[in-house]
Design a protein around this ligand. Structure first.
Ligand SMILES: [Zn+2]
Length: 190
């Protein structure tokens, strides 16, 4: 059996489709114009090489390409990387998280607040959210029924190559927050 050539395409949206407006949360043009679509490769949980797409702030492209280069090299499994605009999600963060999908840009507020999330600016990434859930101050877990088990492949842990790499690039990890934990989340102020 030969292998190594085949790549499974999880996302192949046009730039226009990837930046479709959410009618429930319309993004200002100047923010939308800063977003670019970036193809990335990763080994998924089926042990196959996949290709997806991220929508991210243009100033963070170099960083995120370094991150995905390392993710592919280390074979750190990523379930899928599909923009929030994809018809499978329609910007719904609960669905994105439940499907374990990795994404960056999503013009939305922080859950339970009126404050814009770093995702609204394309300056944050959520990685394998089902394996790396958000746990609120009161212990509410998102997505529901998810658990954080640091022993599982695809889980983000202190001391891992992924956290070290994001550290070196100047990103902040939600897994280090004290009042809540957002294990899936990295963000960078620009
Ligand atoms: Zn996030």
């Amino acid at each position: 059996m030969t292998h190594g050539e085949q790549i499974f395409v999880d996302s192949n949206l046009s730039e226009e489709a990837a930046k479709t407006q959410n009618p429930l949360s319309v993004c200002p043009e100047e923010i939308l114009n800063n977003q670019v679509i970036v193809p990335v490769r990763y080994w998924s949980f089926d042990n196959q090489l996949h290709q997806g797409q991220l929508v991210i702030h243009k100033s963070l492209v170099e960083d995120i390409l370094k991150v995905f280069e390392a993710i592919e090299k280390e074979k750190f499994p990523i379930a899928s990387v599909i923009p929030a605009t994809d018809p499978r999600f329609e910007w719904d963060d609960d669905v994105l998280m439940d499907q374990n999908n990795t994404s960056c840009f999503n013009y939305r507020t922080i859950a339970g607040t009126t404050t814009l999330s770093y995702h609204a600016l394309g300056c944050a990434i959520d990685i394998n959210p089902r394996l790396n859930p958000y746990i609120s101050k009161k212990g509410i877990v998102s997505p529901q029924s998810a658990t954080y088990n640091p022993d599982l492949p695809g889980t983000i842990t202190e001391g891992s190559f992924l956290v070290s790499l994001f550290d070196s690039l100047g990103w902040e990890w939600g897994g280090r927050w004290q009042d809540r934990k957002d294990w899936q989340h990295f963000q960078k102020a620009i």
